[in-house]
Design a binder for this molecule. Structure first.
Ligand code: GLA
Length: 371
């Protein structure tokens, strides 16, 4: 329990109200983003670096809602999908934009798992399965925010025993740090009071040309993976792993997303929505993916300690209106979600997502930018 408690203790400074809007170089800027359904204020927090990057986060769902990246041509673009106000975040247009997804990001078959002799039934919000923590997952709750130095904001939340059907009270801290090396670091820690399953991820939708640009089909993706988890028609893994060689999912060298997304357009996923087995040892920080936009020439590499990466080409985006009135068309963004494999609680052959009392869940992911 110690490390989480230490972190929580360090983070007691409430940001809103004690920060100066006049001295952005002296303190993290912050303000009121809007109101939760309860009427409680939701606050935004801003991280900047001296190279021109700006990240803005808010404490509804511990969400990244803006990420401004320069380009070689001197233009700055906001490369993540999101909304300007809480109305957007609370609407059906919000498909987990930029949120912290959990308790179990991705799907659990029929919302069921067993631990020992105990069977659990979770909310089934993605018929017939459980998706991203259920009807009221971690993306739809108010987190407590605190700062840690000038370059980091942390959010903490305690999910009660029985939340969406999950056993155990789980205490979670997720922190966003923006470095001078142009890296957005996202770190997670969690502890539980009873055996449970936990799988947290970050759900940003990226378009390196800028959110609201046409599609990401010309973005080139390289994956440091040679196997994936084949799924059934409800996007639940069969339990096998298969080679990506010879499939539309072969991204072992930088390859435009177009071919894979179009080849899979008539599948249940409507495009790429698959989990890849990242090479190297789970727990070690290693490269998972490289994404390059030939138009803006921005690139992003993803590094993680997690065993898997869900690549999702925004197949369910339907033209909703986002920040600045921009339209978020079908396939106009790609999610690179570091996580465990889907439905791991029901596949003994997959790396385990079981978290026991006395253990600490840790997960470290970096999105490194270049332009
Ligand atoms: C994840 C899933 C997708 C979809 C999106 C949210 O990335 O893999 O199938 O559910 O979330 O729309």
């Amino acid at each position: 329990m110690s490390s989480l408690r230490t972190l929580s203790t360090l983070l007691l400074l409430p940001l809103a109200g004690c920060l100066s809007m006049e001295e952005p170089t002296q303190s993290i800027r912050s303000g009121v983003f809007g109101q939760a359904p309860s009427g409680e204020d939701i606050h935004w927090y801003e991280l900047r670096n001296s190279n021109g990057m700006i990240a803005r986060v808010h404490n509804w769902g511990a969400t990244l809602y803006e990420l401004h990246i320069p380009s070689a041509g001197g233009r700055i673009a906001d490369v993540v999908l999101g909304f300007d106000d809480m109305e957007g975040y609370l609407s059906g247009d919000n498909q987990y934009f930029g949120c912290t997804a959990g308790r179990y990001a991705n799907r659990i078959a029929n919302g069921r798992f067993s631990i020992g002799d105990n069977e659990y039934q979770l909310a089934t919000n993605n018929d017939p399965n459980h998706l991203h923590g259920g009807a009221r997952g971690l993306d739809k709750v108010i987190w407590s925010a605190a700062s840690s130095g000038m370059d980091s904001v942390s959010f903490s939340y305690t999910s009660p025993d029985g939340d969406e059907g999950y056993p155990g009270e789980v205490s979670i801290v997720v922190s966003y740090t923006l470095t001078e090396a142009d890296v957005l670091v996202i770190e997670y820690e969690a502890e539980t009071t009873a055996p449970t399953h936990l799988n947290l991820t970050h759900h940003s939708y990226f378009n390196l040309s800028g959110a609201g640009s046409d599609t990401v089909l010309d973005h080139e993706l390289q994956l440091f993976a040679s196997r994936y988890t084949p799924t059934d028609d409800t996007l639940i893994p069969t339990g096998e792993t298969g080679p990506i060689s010879g499939t539309p999912l072969d991204f072992r060298t930088p390859t435009a997303l177009r071919g894979g997304a179009e080849a899979l357009a008539s599948s249940a996923a409507l495009g790429i929505d698959h989990n890849f087995l990242i090479e190297g040892a789970q727990g070690a920080l290693r490269t998972a993916a490289y994404l390059h936009d030939p138009v803006s020439r921005r690139s992003m590499t993803v590094h993680t300690t997690e065993p898997g990466l869900q690549v999702y080409t925004g197949n369910f985006l339907f033209g909703q209106t986002g920040k600045g009135g921009k339209t978020y068309a079908h396939r106009s963004a790609v999610c690179l979600e570091t996580q465990h494999y889907p439905d791991s609680p029901n596949h003994l052959g997959f790396p385990t997502t079981l978290l026991l009392p006395g253990e600490t869940y840790t997960h470290h992911t970096e999105y490194r930018f270049a332009w």
